[in-house]
Design a protein. Structure first.
Length: 330
């Protein structure tokens, strides 16, 4: 091969089993009004499959601090301890509430990058985010107004501002962004939760999502950045401390809350793997569907180095899985 690199293992193909297991775990909690149970089932499903992956992973983005999260906590070592050494970001169920009330866009997702290359969010709970695909990547800027970004995106895509669809988390703090986008004449799709799937959808052609904007979770921004590294596009962010205390904590820990962070700041590696499986239907993926004795999952699998993006539809024979794994899937 041109640069002498022989075809090697594509970890994303193994990781899809991990996100499928998470989605199948929480699938039976869709619409049942219990988000904790849904999350736990996703974590259990993911955890069971992770040990089968040949890697030496450290969780950089996980379920939280060790004391609150019994599994997949930040700093936890996962995988079977073999090379490669990687940073891992997991969200076994991104959209716990969405799942519990049967709303769209809940996904199970995992991302891997070379050790030491993922941004650790620390005390930065929130980040102001701007995400778009390859066509608009060079046109976007977090220092110009939301309306200006819509206009730039429209121009780069060769469409009218009214043809641009922007997904924004429906929060008080995002009202100025919502107003600005509407001012530019674009469509605002408000979501109640779960900005990872729409962020990935924004970077992917043909999803109906052009941009994702607004203040949401920082960990979710890192996961979106991993996917954008694979798909092309851009994630721009600025940490958004909620108060002076949080700002001070960030500054003391060496973060600069005023600086714009780019895709590469969020995920610096160039061999990034991402897998995501739909839990409920959304712009990016279809949710888990049940059939007689089984279930069908829809996943997306990607790798930054090669730029390969795969869509994986899997039929799971739940009756068989239950028999040999002893796990309950229905
Ligand atoms: C954000 C968003 C996530 O939760 O973190 C949100 O990025 C929490 O926002 O995708 P609030 O604290 O304002 O509720 C999600 O929507 C789901 O985890």
């Amino acid at each position: 091969m041109a640069d002498g690199v022989a075809p090697d293992r594509n970890l994303a193909l193994e990781l899809v089993r991990v996100t499928e297991a998470a989605a199948l775990g929480c699938g039976r909690w869709i619409g049942r009004g219990d988000k904790e149970a849904a999350d736990q089932a996703a974590v259990d499903g993911m955890r069971a499959m992770l040990d089968s992956i040949s890697m030496s992973g450290v969780v950089v983005i996980g379920e939280g601090e060790k004391d609150e999260a019994p599994m997949l906590y930040n700093g936890e070592e996962i995988g079977n301890g073999q090379p490669p050494e990687v940073d891992v970001a997991v969200d076994p169920l991104e959209g716990t509430r969405l799942t519990s009330v049967g709303q769209p866009n809940a996904i199970a997702v995992i991302a891997l990058a070379e050790r030491g290359t993922m941004f650790f969010p620390g005390a930065a709970v929130y980040m102001d985010k701007l995400v778009g695909g390859a066509e608009v990547a060079d046109a976007l800027d977090l220092d110009v107004s939301p309306a200006e970004n819509v206009e730039r995106a429209a121009e780069a895509k060769g469409v009218r501002p009214s043809e641009i669809a922007v997904v924004i988390l429906d929060r008080e703090r995002n009202q100025p962004t919502i107003d600005g986008v509407r001012e530019a004449g674009a469509k605002v799709n408000l979501i109640t939760d779960g900005d990872v799937a729409p962020a990935i959808a924004a970077a992917r052609a043909g999803t109906g999502v052009d941009l994702m904007m607004g203040i949401g979770g920082t960990p979710e921004g890192v996961i979106a950045a991993a996917a954008v590294k694979c798909l092309g596009g851009v994630v721009l962010g600025r940490l958004w401390p909620r108060n002076d205390d949080e700002r001070r904590q960030l500054v003391d820990a060496g973060y600069d809350p005023d600086r714009i962070v780019t895709t590469d700041d969020l995920v610096g590696g160039d061999n990034v793997f991402v897998a995501a499986t739909g839990v409920t239907d959304g712009a990016l993926l279809r949710g888990v569907r049940y059939t007689r004795g089984g279930a069908v999952t829809d996943s997306i699998v990607m790798r930054s180095r090669s730029g390969t993006v795969r869509r994986v539809e899997a039929q799971h024979a739940l009756d068989k899985l239950e028999r040999f794994s002893g796990r309950q899937y229905r």
